[in-house]
Design a protein around this ligand. Structure first.
Ligand SMILES: [Zn+2]
Length: 434
């Protein structure tokens, strides 16, 4: 299921991908109403390298939302399945998939399962939704079938039904949002936890990172590992727009980018490609999509890429865990920081009962970070501040301002009436990076 090209050499992979890229550009020129306009003055046949991509326009989330229908490259009667993005950052965008796109999606997840070390004989419990216009559940279902696995489609939620399914069908692989798996483990009796540990060999974690930038497990990953000491945790990164999953191999050193399906550039604020090892915004060009292919689409996620040798033998480039959202990047005391790194420190302290982070612009026009924290009863405020300062300095190399507040006050900040979900970050900066 892994395209053999991925096991050859970086040069051969590069040549193969370049062909895929050129085919995509030619396809867009002929079939995409949106890109026909954007590429009107561009001789796409002169794009001869991945560096040349910098000459082409970027596509933003706003472009996609404002011109949604124009991105469609086929008549609507050729669409086999309609999907929407979750719309957490604005209104949902529609994606139409043709029959060939569904096959591509199946192939993509079959590769994901193969690269994560799954076997066609595996039994997979899907703890992700197949309906509600989501792509992930459908993609994994198609991929598991393509690969030859058996599936148990429980969907998201229902801890009781999840546990019943584990006991009834004895899956050895679970595909789930990792924080939901913790809910199930908390819900389960000791006997059921013992059964889970006996049966489940591997968890494919979607939607949330389980690793830090150095690839060690973050607090979420560690909490699962505490309850399931022998389970193999596999991290993935994907989105509807990419229609591709970047899945790590057993080495757990970043997701292998599928050569056949996508090209990923990491770009700076000006849309220029950053050097290997540098932090940049994940910008994708999809390969082999009929319905709604994307060119240089800026995802808003920030990662690092590596082409260093991987022990699994796959020679594709690898992508780090998502370090944060570009819009939330903080420039603080000469260093670049993401809220995720602060959450990670706070999540590691069981005496922190609630927190919220406030960002502001100070008098000299730079970012100011205040961490508002409530602490467990009995812990002295000064001791708490000391502990936090020590941990921030050790983990982040900088110390944000710490404010200890009553839990009720933090909860008030977290549940603003206008927001549907509790918030952890209040960004009041004047010039938000975009
Ligand atoms: Zn590998």
């Amino acid at each position: 299921m892994i395209n053999e090209i991925e096991l050859t050499t970086t040069q051969e992979i590069s040549a193969f991908k370049l062909e895929r890229l050129r085919a995509t550009l030619a396809y867009l020129k002929v079939n995409s109403p949106y890109y026909q306009k954007r590429l009107a003055d561009v001789a796409v046949e002169q794009i001869l390298s991945f560096e040349d991509l910098e000459q082409l326009p970027l596509t933003t989330k706003e472009d996609l939302a404002a011109h949604n229908d124009e991105f469609l490259c086929v008549p609507k009667d050729q669409i086999a399945d309609w999907i929407t993005t979750s719309g957490t950052l604005g209104k949902p965008v529609s994606f139409g998939l043709t029959k060939a796109d569904l096959k591509r999606l199946a192939k993509n997840e079959a590769r994901s399962l193969a690269i994560s070390g799954c076997q066609p004989s595996d039994r997979i419990q899907l703890m992700v939704t197949l309906d509600k216009r989501f792509m992930a559940g459908l993609a994994y279902y198609l991929g598991a079938q393509e690969y030859g696995c058996a599936t148990v489609r429980v969907g998201s939620g229902s801890p009781g039904l999840q546990l019943d399914s584990i006991s009834r069908f004895e899956p050895n692989v679970v595909i789930a949002v990792p924080s939901f798996l913790l809910v199930i483990l908390d819900y389960a009796s000791d006997d059921q936890v013992e059964q889970i540990n006996r049966l489940i060999e591997k968890i494919i974690c979607i939607g949330e990172p389980i690793r830090k930038s150095d690839y060690s497990l973050n607090n979420l990953g560690s909490r699962i590992r505490e309850k399931m000491p022998n389970v193999k945790l596999i991290s993935t990164y994907a989105s509807t727009e990419m229609a591709t999953a970047i899945t790590e191999c057993a080495s757990g050193m970043g997701g292998h980018i599928p050569a056949e399906l996508i090209h990923i550039e990491l770009v700076d604020e000006m849309g220029k490609q950053v050097a290997e090892g540098q932090v940049g915004e994940v910008t994708v060009t999809t390969f082999g999509i009929e319905g709604m292919p994307l060119l240089r689409y800026k995802t808003g996620d920030v990662c690092v890429k590596s082409s260093a040798y991987c022990a699994c033998g796959n020679k594709t480039e690898r992508l780090s865990p998502v370090l944060g959202r570009k819009k939330q990047m903080i420039k603080y005391k000469g260093t670049t920081l993401f809220p995720e790194a602060i959450y990670e420190v706070l999540n590691g302290m069981d005496w922190v009962t609630a927190y919220v982070i406030q960002l502001a612009t100070n008098d000299i026009g730079t970012d100011e970070v205040t961490v508002c924290v409530s602490v467990a009863k009995g812990l002295e405020k000064l001791v708490a501040v000391d502990k936090l300062n020590y941990s921030f300095q050790a983990n982040l190399r900088v110390k944000p301002i710490v404010k200890i507040l009553p839990r009720e006050e933090i909860m008030k900040l977290r549940f603003l009436p206008a927001m549907r979900k509790p918030i952890k970050l209040i960004d009041n900066r004047v010039n938000d990076l975009s």
